[in-house]
Design a protein around this ligand. Structure first.
Ligand code: HPA
Length: 271
């Protein structure tokens, strides 16, 4: 995918260079309806050459440049998923654009299934590390500068930013979990045997996004933090079946706490 035309449009329309990009995941998109977001400059994905139309329920696609808790941010409402059939360079294109715009950090958010039996539906989890179980990687192919061919993932999830997320959670009296996110392609939810296997592998939560974007964000030199909204227990942990509607409803129920956490985090952010 050619990034230059989209970058050109962003550079001409963005009112400022945001310090931070916030990717709003499934059911966590409420911030896109906030007064700050509405007062900002909104650029739809469809206005960016090379970007496809959105399709999955719960996602509308736009970038909202706004002043948020005293900081210049861009809220990304909607993301592209591999399971929709988008190539990984499209899935990760927003990260390349943030890197080239001069954004310094990205806060990724997603809906996930909890695998750690100590976690509860409705809680949030800071991502401390990930397992790429997608069987593919957006960095396959000729290396795209500025990142190196073989880039480090030891410190992918920025420790100071994680600490700031925990400090923000304490300040608002929120219980915040931390753990390893395992990314699968989807689109099906996992089988119970897969969830048991992922637990043995060391995963605390499972989802269908974020990891490709984190790989590219780090390759662009962006600092990265991630939060998973735990929308269900992984398949087979409870005697229930999983539906997208239930996952979205759980995301909506967690949205208020999520918004409070993000607001406090951004307000006190030190980059
Ligand atoms: N598995 C994968 N992705 C998810 C889940 C899940 O259980 N819940 C929300 N996104």
């Amino acid at each position: 995918m050619q990034l230059q035309p989209a970058l050109h449009i962003l550079k001409s329309r963005a009112p400022f260079i945001p310090e931070l990009a916030i990717v709003l995941g499934s059911g966590l998109g409420g911030l896109a309806e906030s007064a700050e977001a509405k007062a900002g400059t909104s650029i739809s994905f469809t206005e960016l050459p090379g970007f496809p139309e959105q399709s999955v329920a719960g996602h509308s696609g736009k970038l909202m440049f706004c002043e948020f808790e005293g900081r210049k941010v861009v809220l990304q409402a909607g993301r592209f998923h591999y399971y929709e059939g988008h190539p990984l360079d499209v899935v990760t294109a927003p990260m390349r654009l943030y890197g080239r715009l001069g954004v310094r950090a990205v806060l990724h958010t997603n809906a996930a299934g909890a695998i750690n039996p100590d976690f509860h539906v409705g809680e949030l989890m800071v991502i401390s590390d990930h397992i790429n179980f997608m069987g593919t990687n957006p960095l396959i192919g000729p290396n795209v500068p500025p990142g190196p061919r073989f880039h480090d993932m030891t410190t992918a999830y920025d420790k100071p930013l994680r600490q700031q997320l925990h400090a923000a959670a304490s300040a608002i009296n929120m219980r915040l979990q931390e753990g390893t996110y395992i990314a699968v392609t989807g689109p099906n939810y996992e089988s119970p045997a897969e969830i048991r296997a992922f637990r043995i592998l060391g995963a605390d939560a499972v989802g269908m996004s974020t990891v490709p974007e984190v790989l590219v964000a780090r390759h662009e030199g962006l600092r990265v933090a991630g939060i998973s909204g735990l929308c269900n227990m992984g398949a087979g942990i409870l005697p229930v079946t999983l539906t997208h509607e239930d996952v979205l409803a759980a995301g909506a129920a967690a949205a208020k706490g999520f918004e409070a956490l993000v607001r406090k985090f951004v307000k006190d952010l030190t980059l």
